[in-house]
Design a binder for this molecule. Structure first.
Ligand code: NAP
Ligand code: HSE
Length: 430
């Protein structure tokens, strides 16, 4: 009879409690599939007195999580605290240094210190597993690291933040305000402890730089993700996009453009009847282009207790089966500093929404700026008629260089009759 696989769980919030519930409910199934029993030895959180809605009475309570790093009874420590520094970083680093396995859902930590932690893991022959860090319940890390391991990857596109997708979908479907829908997402356990990480695109950027590392074998560099969130997207943009046959999605895109890696997080328009347009609410999607596999699309719930706990538990089952692969799919020594490209060099079609005074000549002035920057317009429409009052002008362009349209938008923003900075969004046909 094999020894049970013994773990400590650090952090009992949305994900930690979800994991305890899953491990309690599916204990027999996991035992059967992994060939060993999984035993929770100890748990830890900040506040011992908090009601956690799961029965924790049979586990040891640990006040200082660092004790778990040094506990020789444990086969693995599960870090579900969050944050790039402090306790989470210390716990993961020390546990790995002690030669013990770590499972974490902490994409922020890995985006900032992934290479350093992977090196510690490798040096100490300690697995570091992180399936829950990217796209919740979609096993995309396993797919990139194992399933697509024999492919050169050209690009990965994804809806990587469940909170943003939930907000954009619900605003479109119900007309509720941004703030009200964000609060709902927080109540459902989708958002980060600081939801600015979600709506400013930072959480998606954390995930994207891990995807780049897995897809291209480059060291993760969060500073190299050009990041724009969704806070400037108005109900009108969502409506106008819909009228044009599109939906607004926060897309993470990493591509290998003639040897240069370009990583962007930005709200984009995607066809409402296309595969990405159909990914709604808290669902995430990851679209991979490989040289032999071709195109592959995975869809699943991107946030919340159940999907995230499912991914953490899958890592535990891999550890119980003694399956372990390098954190980023290749040994640390083989990982390279990327040659980072400039997103301004990308080309594409764009949507632009300007709020202008309804005066003769405005459209001519804006069109002249576009002409001077080599931007060819596909369609222009005014929404509403209110002489001398603000009205919306909606433009879509033919394929242009991103830097050119961005410069044109900046200059248009300075025109006296333009009221607010133009909303400029890429149109992606995926
Ligand atoms: P959460 O609900 O805020 O839970 C964090 C937990 O960490 C709480 O139980 C908290 O204790 C505990 N904690 C904080 N400081 C601690 C310390 N010094 N020692 C011990 N415990 C401490 O966060 P979450 O949503 O579960 O997220 C956890 C991690 O998973 C984060 O890295 C997050 O980015 C990641 N993640 C979350 C989701 C999601 O859908 N929520 C999805 C994928 C990945 P108290 O409860 O006592 O305050
Ligand atoms: N806050 C994150 C999201 C959790 O909404 O996608 C999942 O990583």
């Amino acid at each position: 009879m094999p020894e049970p696989f013994r773990i400590g769980i650090a952090g009992l919030g949305t994900v930690g409690v979800g994991l305890v519930e899953l491990l309690q409910n599916n204990a027999a199934l996991i035992h059967k599939r992994a060939g060993r029993e999984l035993e929770i030895v100890s748990v830890s959180a900040r506040d011992r007195g908090k009601n956690r809605a799961v029965d924790l009475t049979s586990y040891e309570w640990v006040d200082n999580v660092m004790v778990m790093a040094d506990d020789d009874r444990l086969d693995a420590v599960v870090e579900l605290i969050g944050g790039t520094e402090g306790v989470a970083r210390g716990l993961v680093s020390r546990t790995l240094s002690n030669g013990r396995a770590v499972v974490t859902a902490n994409k922020a930590l890995l985006a900032h210190h992934g290479y350093e932690l992977a090196s510690i893991a490798e040096k100490n022959h300690a697995p570091l597993m992180c399936e829950a860090a990217v796209a919740g319940g979609i096993p995309i890390i396993k797919a990139l690291r194992e399933g697509f391991s024999a492919n050169n990857i050209n690009a990965v596109y994804g809806i990587l933040n469940g909170t943003c997708n939930y907000i954009l979908t619900t605003m479109r479907e119900t007309g509720q305000s941004f703030e009200a829908v964000l609060q709902e997402a927080q109540e459902k356990g989708y958002a980060e402890s600081d939801p600015a990480f979600d709506v400013d695109g930072v959480d998606a950027a954390h995930k994207l730089c891990l995807i780049s590392a897995l897809a291209f074998g480059v060291k993760p560099e969060i500073e190299q993700v050009k990041t724009t969130g969704i806070t400037h997207i108005t109900a009108k943009d969502i409506l106008y996009a819909q009228e044009l046959g599109y939906r607004v999605k926060l897309l993470g895109m990493t591509r290998n453009l003639r040897g240069k890696i370009i990583q962007t997080i930005e709200p984009c328009l995607v066809p409402d009847e296309g595969p990405m347009g159909a990914v709604e609410n808290v669902f995430n999607a990851v679209f991979v282009e490989g040289d032999f596999v071709g195109d592959s699309l995975s869809v699943g719930r991107g946030a919340g207790a159940g999907p995230t706990a499912s991914a953490v538990a899958a890592d535990l089952v891999d550890l119980m089966r003694a399956i372990s692969v390098p954190v980023f799919g290749i040994p640390c020594a083989a990982m390279q500093e990327a040659d980072w490209g400039d997103s301004g060099d990308l080309t594409g079609r764009f949507y632009m929404h300007l709020v202008v005074s309804d005066k003769p000549g405005v459209l001519a002035d804006v069109s002249a700026i576009m002409r001077d920057h080599g931007v060819s317009l596909e369609a222009v429409a005014q929404r509403g008629r209110a002489p001398d009052k603000p009205v919306s002008i909606i433009m879509s362009t033919h394929k242009v260089k991103q830097a050119d349209i961005q410069n044109a938008a900046r200059i248009a923003a300075d025109l006296p009759m333009v009221h607010t900075p133009p909303c400029l969004l890429r149109i992606e046909n995926i």
